[in-house]
Structure formats: structure tokens, C-alpha cells
Design a protein around this ligand. Structure first.
Ligand code: ADP
Length: 390
């Protein structure tokens, strides 16, 4: 029986999974990845094996995360009857101030994680539902929580706090930062391919449906555009990004909107979707070529450049800019729009390299190296799970 580890990422309406075989030196090697999407609505299982097999099937009667995990187990039973899952790693949105490393989950850890629900009410409950469902499905297997906040625990105090009465800092109202698994993967990849740059001052732009940027020095996070929640910083597919808190007061006091209505607007109806009125999807906006789509893209690019300046200041300079996430990895046009406005800081893009989509996108003379590195959050989770198996 071959030893495997499983990486799970439970969202509100989806369960993403990746199954890895532990090969020599217990290195995880991906065998299957996929997701169960539209949970509770019209669920579908989509999966692909490393060998090129594909599964796409509707799932009737799959509403909860427990049922989704069981549907995934059926798939494993069907295609990989002889495997042993030695550990299950979970993407957990919030580790509070407590966790700066992955941790094996027991009842005490679960209680602590439940205590962070008020900090991430829209996301943390699903992370916990995933852990509970996997514990029931794999009762004798170690469960490992891997946190999106952990990478950022190294932030210095000035970038961990808000200028509120200090009692709020003590209560945990801090700049946690998110997308930490992605930053962890990308900075470790940088260490592999360009160790000199890894030791330097690096800004990583994770541009996906959610988006943030992180300043990293010698592999340690110094500052991030996301703060207390996953709303701050860059505009995203449907999230507003940075907002003057006075706007929220205006909505409450002048328009009488409730907390739930404002949350719905800031999380689901703002960002690229809100500005364009067309779509939250960058590909659609780039293809639309309407004034509204162009304005939404201009705002998106402007905020990235602005944050790039701010994060470079936090690092006292910049040696490398790395693009990742669906937009960062794939959109030469957005990368070019960002970089063309940043020549003053020493960023010089090679437009042919950018269009070709390789790893290095800067000219040979650029003071700042520009790279694109595809992220792989599941691999970070699988490696953590494999380490704890040992
Ligand atoms: P998530 O944050 O949900 O993991 P992704 O990292 O997959 O999302 O990023 C999704 C975003 O990437 C979408 O806005 C999508 O339009 C964009 N994207 C993917 N490929 C391209 C491309 N070739 N050009 C422009 N945008 C792209």
C-alpha cells in the first residue's frame, strides 16, 4: 500500500483537493487534483490525475462538506483502491496570533481555531467544517492545519497594528495578512531558482480572484496589503480592497444599511465587478474593451503600482518583483501595465519575455528583476502534512 497525503481547501461552496504520493525521502508527488464545486446547489466533481485521466460528474445528494469528502473518497476507492492516506493537511484561513507554523489538530486546537471565527466569520467556519469532515472520514489519520496568516506573523509591530486604542491590539484587532501559503510557496521557489534574490528585498503580487501583495526580506514577511480581514489592500474580483472607514460610517448612518448588507457589498458586489458592472473575471474585462471595463482595469493597475511603491518603502528598496496567481501568472497585459508605470523605481520589463510567459520578465539591465512564478498552495500543505507524518 503506497503512502499518500491529502491537501484539502474547504470554501463556502467548494472543496478543493489534491492527493500526493509520498515518494523517495517522503517527497509529495501529485497524483490527483480537483474540486467539488457548487456545493449545496448543483454540485459537480471535477478531477484530473497526473497521468491525464479526467473525471467530470454531477453529484446528486451532496450538500455538506462531509458528503463532499465522501464523494471524493468514492473517487479514490474507484481509481486508487490500494493507497493509505497517512495525513490530511488543511488550508485554514485564520491562525490568530497563536500559530506561525502548521500544527497537528486535536480537540484543543479545534477549540482555539473556533475562537478565531469572529475574526473571519465568512471563511473560518468552512475551514473547520473541512477538518471535522476529514476527521470523520479518516479517524486514525493525523490532521494538519496550515494557516494563511502564519507567514505574516513575522511582521514588525508597526505593520501588525492599527492606530486604534491599544486595547484593540490586545483583543486581536491586528494586521494579520492572508495568502500566506502562496507567499510561502513562491518565496521557497525563489530560494531554489535564485538564492541571491531570496536573500534580498522582494515584493510578491498574488493576483487571483482574491489579491494581495507582500513585502518579503530574506524569506520573512515584512508587510502585506491585506490586514485584519481579506478585504483590505488591492481591489479584487468582487471585494473592494482599501476603503476609508468613513465610507462604512456613511453607509450605516446616512443610508441605514445593516452590517450584513455592507458585508455583502464589500465582499461580493465591489472590486472589478462593482466598478465595471460587467464581471469579476479579469479575462472577461480584458476582452470586453468597454469604457467601464477599462476604468476598472485602470483602477486595479493603479492600486498595484501604489502598493508596490509603499511595500518597496517598507523594505527600504526592492530587488525583485514576482507575479503569481491566475492574473499574475497569465496576463502579460496586466503585468505590462503595472511595470510600465514603475520604471522610476528601476523596474524595466522585457516585453518579448513578458509576452512569451517565461520565468524572467525583466531586461538584462533592469535593476529590479521581474519574475512570474506559478503558485502551488496545495504543495505547501502537502509538504507540511508529510513532515508531520515523519
Ligand atoms: P483564485 O483566487 O480563485 O484561486 P485564480 O488564481 O485562479 O483564482 O485567478 C482567477 C483570475 O485569473 C480570474 O480573474 C481570471 O480571469 C484570471 N485569469 C486567468 N487566466 C488569465 C489570462 N490568461 N488573462 C487574464 N486573466 C486571467
Amino acid at each position: 500500500m503506497a503512502d499518500h497525503v491529502l491537501a484539502l481547501n474547504a470554501g463556502s461552496s467548494s472543496l478543493k483537493f489534491a492527493l500526493y504520493e509520498l515518494v523517495e525521502d517522503r517527497r509529495p508527488s501529485m497524483r490527483w487534483r480537483g474540486q467539488i464545486e457548487r456545493l449545496g446547489d448543483a454540485p459537480r466533481l471535477l478531477a484530473q490525475s497526473a497521468g491525464g485521466r479526467a473525471v467530470d460528474r454531477p453529484l446528486t445528494n451532496t450538500k455538506t462538506h462531509d458528503e463532499a469528502i465522501n464523494a471524493f473518497l468514492d473517487l479514490v476507492q474507484e481509481y486508487l483502491p490500494d493507497i493509505r492516506v497517512r495525513a490530511v493537511g488543511h488550508r485554514v484561513v485564520h491562525g490568530g496570533t497563536v500559530y506561525s507554523e502548521p500544527v497537528p489538530v486535536d480537540d484543543g486546537v479545534l477549540d482555539t481555531l473556533a475562537g478565531f471565527i469572529p475574526f473571519a466569520p465568512l471563511h473560518q467556519p468552512y475551514s473547520l467544517a473541512g477538518i471535522r469532515a476529514a476527521s470523520a472520514a479518516f479517524p486514525d489519520t493525523i490532521q494538519v492545519a496550515c494557516f494563511d496568516t502564519a507567514f505574516h506573523r513575522a511582521h514588525p509591530w508597526v505593520n501588525d497594528t492599527f492606530a486604534l486604542p491599544i486595547s484593540y491590539y490586545e483583543k486581536g484587532v491586528r494586521r494579520y495578512g492572508f495568502h500566506g501559503l502562496s507567499y510561502d510557496y513562491v518565496s521557497n521557489k525563489l530560494k531554489e531558482i535564485a538564492p541571491g534574490l531570496y536573500d534580498g528585498r522582494v515584493v510578491i503580487a498574488h493576483l487571483g480572484n482574491g489579491a494581495s501583495m507582500c513585502a518579503v526580506s530574506g524569506g520573512r514577511a515584512v508587510a502585506s496589503t491585506m490586514g485584519f480581514s481579506a478585504l483590505d489592500g488591492l481591489p479584487m474580483g468582487t471585494r473592494s480592497g482599501q476603503l476609508d472607514p468613513g465610507v462604512v460610517l456613511y453607509m450605516m448612518q446616512q443610508e441605514g444599511l445593516s452590517a450584513d448588507e455592507i458585508a455583502d457589498m464589500l465582499y461580493r458586489r465591489s472590486g472589478l465587478l462593482g466598478l465595471s458592472g460587467i464581471s469579476s473575471d479579469m479575462r472577461t474585462l480584458l476582452a470586453a474593451d468597454t469604457p467601464e471595463a477599462r476604468k476598472a482595469i485602470d483602477y486595479y493597475v493603479f492600486r498595484i503600482r501604489r502598493e508596490l511603491g509603499a511595500l518597496s518603502a517598507a523594505l527600504e528598496g526592492i530587488d525583485a518583483l514576482i507575479f503569481t496567481g491566475g492574473i499574475g501568472e497569465n496576463s502579460a497585459r496586466i503585468r505590462q501595465m503595472v511595470c510600465d508605470g514603475m520604471r522610476w523605481i528601476g523596474i524595466e520589463m522585457d516585453h518579448n519575455r513578458n509576452a512569451d510567459g517565461g520565468t524572467v520578465l525583466s531586461t538584462d539591465f533592469s535593476r529590479v528583476r521581474i519574475l512570474a512564478i506559478p503558485t502551488n498552495e496545495e504543495m505547501v500543505i502537502a509538504r507540511a502534512a508529510a513532515r508531520l507524518v515523519q
